[in-house]
Design a protein around this ligand. Structure first.
Ligand code: 8X3
Length: 266
């Protein structure tokens, strides 16, 4: 008998997926994408109203079972408590998407407000670590799991005014590599996804609600969408169990590096 050409891909039906920062952008797109693929979702974010609206929508559209977690990843004890307090049917998390992250300002390193640094470091590095620390031991005990960290092109190239944000994403790259090293010998997989320009609330948050400045980031070019990133993550988590997609680096066709973006004139 001929061997099958392609090994069976992993099905997401009834798999439990925890997504942080699920209320908008890439997190919400992952929720929709995983829901469509049949997963059950633990949606975590600070903004509960947005999570509730998303959960209703997913239930209507795909009959998705959801559990909502009011969680600020910057707070280690509450993160630990939230994961510990999951009801029994929700405790066995199969996939963790560490998506919660933000950027604040574009000030020079020697001038930036210290508070901006703290928020980025506390969310993008320490928050990711807190959630990982709370979830991965269960994966190891059950012998099953996949951690997806949302990194960035900013973890590969540093730009003026972005040094602390870029440092946090370089840290996500190192933490992804380190987690994979520490999990060697277990079946747990780790993926770092590194998008270039994606149009989300990201720039609005960076510029504290200055919509015009935020829109200028994507002016005259076609950025990636949150759905593009969710689609790439879906690819990584549905590969056969022996395949670990360690990194996915994706950019818009209109971008070739942090410093090279093709823009049409207005
Ligand atoms: C966001 C990408 O280029 O806006 O992670 O910093 S960039």
């Amino acid at each position: 008998m001929e061997a099958a050409l392609f090994a069976m891909v992993v099905s997401l039906t009834q798999q439990t997926v925890l997504i942080t920062g699920a209320s908008s952008g890439i997190g919400a797109a992952c929720a929709r994408c995983f829901a469509q693929a049949g997963a059950r979702l633990i949606l975590a974010a600070r903004r509960q109203e947005k999570l509730q609206a998303l959960a209703h929508q997913l239930n209507d559209q795909y009959s998705t079972a959801t559990w909502l977690l009011a969680m600020d990843v910057q707070q280690p004890e509450p993160v630990e408590a939230a994961i510990q307090s999951l009801p029994t049917p929700w405790q066995a998390i199969d996939i963790l998407v560490n998506n919660a992250g933000l950027s604040r300002g574009l000030d020079k390193q020697y001038q930036a407000p210290r508070q901006d640094w703290e928020e980025m470091i506390d969310t993008n590095i320490k928050g990711l670590l807190y959630v990982t620390r709370a979830v991965v031991p269960g994966m190891v005990n059950r012998g099953h799991g996949h951690v997806v960290n949302v990194g960035s092109i900013a973890g590969r190239q540093t730009y003026p005014g972005g040094s602390v944000y870029c440092a946090t994403k370089a840290a996500v790259k190192a933490l992804s590599e380190g987690l994979k090293l520490d999990l060697l010998g277990t079946p747990i997989r780790v993926t770092n996804i590194e998008p270039g320009l994606v149009e989300t609330e990201f720039s609005e948050v960076r510029f504290r609600g200055n919509v015009d400045r935020a829109k200028g980031v994507y002016r005259g070019m076609t950025p990636l969408t949150p759905d593009d990133i969710a689609d790439a993550i879906l690819f990584a988590v549905t590969r056969p169990a022996h395949v670990n997609i360690s990194e996915i680096f994706l950019m818009p066709t209109d971008q070739s590096s942090m410093f090279h973006v093709h823009r049409q004139a207005d």
